[in-house]
Design a protein around this ligand. Structure first.
Ligand code: FMN
Length: 177
């Protein structure tokens, strides 16, 4: 698919065909993530790919909002060390979205399981400690998200998006009442 088409059509995919995703395909997604921009070009992200059913099952139990990880053929946890970059959250988020787009471009689906909530440090710590424990990620690394990866069972229809006129301002922000 063309890039613009991929951007317009990508949806979060939370139900998957049981078909495994080849290791080479998963490796290729992380390979592409290396091309993400990063603050001060620190390239501090680390990616832990898992296809182990037990790990995916345990990851799915971290929160009700990521139960679909249990049936995903693969998961990718994205981590970064705050001591290596002050932009760990931004950098991992950019890399995560790039993987979501790269997955969509090749007929795969991806969904984002949040492990960081800026308004809830206790819950963030609880979730990330569990991810660290399951995937043996050092405590010094933040793990703001886990992506599920798999072949879509069905392709959800395009979502209604915000109207451009509601979100775009030229030159000055104005209140639209
Ligand atoms: C930062 C972020 C966190 C998200 N966390 C979750 C999550 O924990 N569970 C979930 O089901 N979806 C999660 N999503 C997916 C969003 O709900 C989804 O992107 C949004 O509803 C728009 O749907 P679409 O991705 O199909 O366009 C997250 C997305 C982002 C960008």
């Amino acid at each position: 698919m063309e890039t613009i088409e991929v951007i317009r059509n990508r949806r979060s995919i939370k139900s998957y065909q049981p078909t495994p995703v080849p290791r080479e395909t998963l490796q290729n997604l992380v390979d592409l993530a290396r091309y993400s921009p990063s603050g001060a070009n620190k390239n501090a992200w680390r990616f832990v790919v898992t296809t182990e059913r037990d790990s995916l099952q345990r990851l799915s139990q971290i929160a009700r909002t990521c139960s679909w990880l249990a049936t995903a053929p693969a998961g990718i946890a994205i981590a970064a060390d705050p001591a290596a970059t002050r932009y760990w959250l931004e950098d991992t988020s950019v890399a995560a979205y790039l993987i979501c787009l790269a997955a969509a471009a090749q007929g795969l689906g991806a969904a984002w399981a949040a492990k960081h909530q800026s308004d809830n440090p206790d819950e963030s710590k609880r979730r990330q400690d569990m991810v660290r424990d399951i995937l043996s990620i050092p405590g010094s690394l933040m793990v703001p998200m886990v992506l599920a990866i798999g072949y879509p069972e069905t392709q959800p229809p395009p979502r209604t998006r915000p109207e451009l006129t509601d979100i775009l301002f030229w030159e000055r922000y104005t209140t639209k009442e």
